[in-house]
Ligand binder design. Structure first.
Ligand code: ADP
Ligand code: MG
Length: 227
């Protein structure tokens, strides 16, 4: 029997001033699946991702997560949900500059109530998995762009989130590290049943997804099965 989608956007509209960013965008993703949002620059991919994650509220339309209307929640309920169930790899301002890379990865676990010791231990394992243990004690500013991006991926996955949102998560990576990151997303989907929504320009990255959606002029123009 087909299951309900975990996350659904229905008929989203959102304008920034007079600039329409989303114009009737609809998309859905199931638990255990990877959805790749593709399309030209400025077409609304990041805006759609931020609406799905409850970071931006659309002017109209509805985002439903696990049967709950995200757009109807209070800000504090939405923040609590984001912290406990979502993981993020975003393009800007994602790591706390005053903390070490290791502390950055441990932070979401600490916020979720884990002991300092347990949080640091898990954070260490994730840095190892992404082969960035050498920057554990450095601040993000001292790491390269590619290392910082992998630390951000570790931070997004460390809590074993129900949904991972990633905006160009391999943009700063060479092809080998890009593949490693995608394999970790695939493992999150297959092993813990996470839904992964990612924005990418790269066909070889999108090739890891179960579904591709093409965003054009603020709409999802095509949805095709990759596998
Ligand atoms: P993409 O991620 O596909 O490149 P975006 O979702 O970032 O596209 O942007 C969609 C449209 O909305 C673009 O025209 C962009 O200039 C505009 N836009 C996005 N974010 C903002 C913002 N914070 N303020 C004003 N305009 C924005
Ligand atoms: Mg973007």
């Amino acid at each position: 029997m087909p299951t309900e989608p975990l996350l659904t956007a229905e008929d989203l509209h959102l304008s920034f001033g007079s600039t329409p960013a989303l114009d009737s965008a609809s998309v859905e993703v199931h638990a255990g699946e990877i959805l790749a949002l593709m399309g030209p620059s400025g077409s609304g991919k990041s805006t759609l991702l931020h609406c799905l994650a409850g970071i931006l509220t659309p002017d109209s339309g509805r985002v439903t997560y696990a049967g709950r209307d995200l757009t109807a929640l209070h800000d504090n309920e939405r923040s609590a949900l984001r912290r406990s169930e979502f993981g993020f790899v975003f393009q800007f301002g994602q790591l706390v500059p005053e903390l070490t890379c290791l502390e950055n990865v441990a932070l979401p676990l600490r916020l979720g109530g884990a002991s300092r010791r347990a949080a640091l231990r898990s954070a260490e394992a994730w840095l190892e998995r992404l082969e960035v243990s050498d920057v554990a004690d450095k601040r993000p500013g001292q790491a390269s762009g590619g290392q910082g991006q992998r630390v951000a991926v570790a931070r997004a996955l460390v809590t074993r989130p129900k949904v991972v949102f990633a905006d160009e998560p391999t943009g700063a990576l060479d092809s080998l590290n890009g593949e490693r990151v995608m394999e970790l997303f695939v493992a999150a989907a297959r092993d813990t049943g996470a839904a992964v929504v990612l924005v990418t320009h790269e066909p070889r990255v999108a090739a890891y997804s179960d579904h591709e959606a093409v965003v054009r002029d603020g709409r999802v123009r095509a949805r095709e099965y990759v596998r």
